[in-house]
Write a protein that binds this ligand. Structure first.
Ligand code: NDP
Length: 292
């Protein structure tokens, strides 16, 4: 019998992830806070739009969640916990604090269910292609039971340790993303202020030692002052707040985290819903003639 998988949170990431579960023949149903999104997926795929989280939970072996932030996950888990079958698994792909993952696991364990923190990296492109890098925290046996669902959404599945370790790995990733964003936006703004032919510059740089995913995928759009999603500034700022708290627990502050949070706070308000490459706005404006 194939796994019966439910999906909660049909956002920019969740919708394509749910579609990949459907393609793999595993998606039994979906629930979304804004019900119209679940209804649209149901119309597209023929799977059930669950009327409530409890109804979805009753019908599934694995529930994959992909919601915005810590409080959202705990709300969803509280409602799922009341109805999940014994031994059912919640695999959470949201980015939240490691401590929130542990709290979710405790609440589910009290209800006889299991939990894996499964944060993902690879952006909306990775979600669409089913090639996400999934960093898992939890028990190995639980992971093996949930593996078919994760394989439908990811190209790499790495067990990092007990519950919370997946989120610790994702926090590490988000610090690196901050540094890469800082490096690429600042350097390209400098190149632009030098009057360089920007498309040719990106094509040259991406073949050398400074080449990276963000330069190749976001460089060509940022130099046109376009910032299509992608990954929202607001969500990265949320993740960096998590990194800040985790660093504070270790008694330190991280310069990249602090600088990026400060710079995001200086972007215009509408940038919260733009791609993180919108940091290029701030970097271009550092040059007296605006850099463009
Ligand atoms: P979106 O804002 O596109 O979607 C958020 C989803 O969560 C929506 O379905 C929303 O429902 C739902 N939601 C939010 N709050 C609640 C709540 N209280 N109860 C129930 N449902 C809720 O975000 P993304 O899809 O971009 O991101 C989702 C998660 O994945 C985040 O934790 C993010 O950090 C992480 N992530 C994002 C990446 C990206 O590139 N975008 C990459 C890797 C990880 P509704 O439709 O009603 O608003």
């Amino acid at each position: 019998m194939p796994l019966r998988v439910g999906f909660v949170g049909l956002g920019a990431m969740g919708l394509p992830m749910a579609r990949n579960l459907h393609r793999a023949g595993l998606l039994a149903g979906a629930w979304n806070r804004t019900a119209a999104k679940a209804a649209a997926l149901a119309a597209e795929t023929g799977v059930t739009a669950a009327p409530s989280l409890a109804a979805l939970a009753r019908d599934c072996d694995v529930v994959v969640t992909c919601v915005s932030a810590d409080a959202d996950l705990l709300e969803v888990v509280a409602q799922l916990a009341a109805a999940l079958r014994p031994g059912a698994i919640v695999a959470d792909c949201s980015t939240v604090a490691a401590s929130t993952a542990r709290e979710a696991a405790q609440r589910l364990a009290a209800a006889g269910a299991e939990f894996l923190d499964c944060p993902v990296s690879g952006g909306t492109e990775g979600a669409v292609a089913g090639t996400l890098s999934i960093m898992v925290g939890g028990n190995e046996t639980t992971l093996e039971r949930a593996r078919p669902a994760l394989e439908a959404m990811g190209g790499s599945i790495a067990l990092m340790g007990p519950v919370g370790a997946g989120q610790a790995a994702k926090a590490t990733n988000q610090i690196m993303v901050a540094g890469i964003n800082q490096a690429v936006t600042e350097a390209l703004a400098f190149g632009q202020a030098q009057g360089l032919p920007m498309e040719r510059l990106i094509a040259a740089l991406e073949k050398g030692a400074a080449g990276n995913w963000f330069l190749s995928k976001r460089g060509p759009t940022m130099i046109r002052r376009e910032f299509p999603l992608g990954f929202k500034v607001g969500l990265h700022a949320k993740d960096l707040e998590i990194c800040r708290r985790m660093a504070e627990e270790l008694g330190t502050r991280l310069p990249l985290v602090e600088m990026t949070l400060l710079h995001y706070s200086r972007l215009p308000a509408q940038s919260a819903d733009e791609d993180i490459s919108a940091l290029f706005r701030l970097k271009s404006d550092m040059f007296p003639r605006g850099g463009d």
